[in-house]
Design a protein around this ligand. Sequence first.
Ligand SMILES: Nc1ncnc2c1ncn2[C@@H]1O[C@H](COP(=O)(O)OP(=O)(O)OP(=O)(O)O)[C@@H](O)[C@H]1O
Ligand SMILES: [Mg+2]
Length: 269
Amino acid sequence: MAPLDLAKNWGGAPSTTPKVALRDLHVAFTLADGGSLPAVGGVSLSVAPNEFVVLVGPSGCGKSTILRAIAGLVEPARGEVLVDGTSVAGPPEGVGFMFQKDTLLPWLTVGENISVGLELGGTPIADRPARLAALLSLLRLDEFGNHHPAQLSGGMRQRVSLGRMLAYRPALMLMDEPFGALDALTKLAMGRELLRVWEAERRAILFVTHDIEEAVALADRVIVFSPRPARIVAEHRIDIPRPRDIRRLRTDPAFGALTQAIWTDLEGH
Ligand SMILES: Nc1ncnc2c1ncn2[C@@H]1O[C@H](COP(=O)(O)OP(=O)(O)OP(=O)(O)O)[C@@H](O)[C@H]1O
Ligand SMILES: [Mg+2]
């Protein structure tokens, strides 16, 4: 069987157009008393079609709000969100969202949950069984295709969520602390799986985490945000060569220097 051919249907814009462009994005929420709560305070950012960008910042600063604005789920108060050069109005096509809490359908089996992604992504019916088998194998869930989410561990459920997103073949992945609730070992394994797929089939990822080491291990670029309303306070290009061995990286001096620098940025604001 051919390896996962995730690139095939991605299409997308020419590589000169950023996959995502935020131009002076401001988002504010209206409160019950009629007041306004600024959540994003002027963010400009451009993400290339094959770039892995990680967002870090204090809790409540506006990171999830930024992802939600890109997904067309909240409207800018000012500024603009462009996906493939087009202003976002409602959820754009080809965008996969992975939340910290899994959003699997409990009445469907693992295989059926992943097949939802295959269907949404337009995989022809005849190709679905082979693609499903490849995804189950990639995520080391081969024996669990007929299990229901309630019969799985939290880490396994997150793997199914990742599988469903990969099945959908999004050209843009928005991942909001997808591995936040996992134990260290599972988190490491998930990071490896994600890097394995991404290094083979580059696409745009915006990934939020509170784990600075995870951020440096995964990213091409780490963006550091201020406390609410989110503004960019620093940006670090991560030039550590790929493929990366997430575990061995920890002993790499360049890795240590980058994580320290990001901690300093976070503490300074
Ligand atoms: N739907 C909403 N209505 C009102 N306020 C909201 C809404 N969503 C988020 N907020 C507020 O906007 C601010 C930013 O929230 P957001 O969820 O973007 O933070 P975050 O950076 O993702 O935090 P965390 O790291 O804890 O997930 C918070 O003060 C939050 O209370
Ligand atoms: Mg959040």
